[in-house]
Design a binder for this molecule. Sequence first.
Ligand code: DX5
Ligand code: ZN
Length: 219
Amino acid sequence: MTGVRIAPSILSADFAHLKDQLAMVEAAGADWIHVDVMDGRFVPNLTYGAKVIEACKRCTTLPLDVHLMVIEPENYFDSFVKAGANILTIHAEAAPHLHRQVQRIKELGAQAGVALNPATSVAVVEEILADLDLLLVMTVNPGFGAQKFIENTVPKIAHARHMLDEAGSRATLEVDGGVSRDTIARCRAAGADTFVAGHAVFAAADPAAEIAELRALAS
Ligand code: DX5
Ligand code: ZN
């Protein structure tokens, strides 16, 4: 397993001060910037696209971990990679041709991830584990920040860890949703290595201290 990564999600950032918010989490030791793209179709919320990815790219040297909560994600691969996305993660529920989409992301020079909603079994990626750079186990239903962590996703994280290890995969195992001081250690113990945190970081009185605390609790 790789070391622990903390990936603040800008979904909970102050967009009037996005540049400062990115600089602040970078200085605080964040590893990746998590960018939640929502289309109002796959999830009942709308966020941002290539324009914001490109703006983030100009404001940080950290890798941009782009989570596509959209239908027909392939429509965005070219423009998002061109805008500076380093990792593109698509939802298994939104991509019936997962193998083809994962290969396409890699052809474009980005890392390829697949995300699973809480109700989706890890088994749906079993046949393509070797192709994945990242597996994202959602620990809330996607669409909004600051939701409550779903406890029974913890054994699923452990199951995903077991499947990746069995397959000899070195893919990142990321968790997203409700990650906080109260939940991060359980996710780590179950085998996750990369932790998205939106509300926990950006709503904290001292976001830098919060990142350090999350890392300590996961280490
Ligand atoms: C949820 C998004 C998450 C969200 C996490 O749909 O995919 O990345 O920003 O937010 P918190 O950490 O606040 O649960
Ligand atoms: Zn996300």
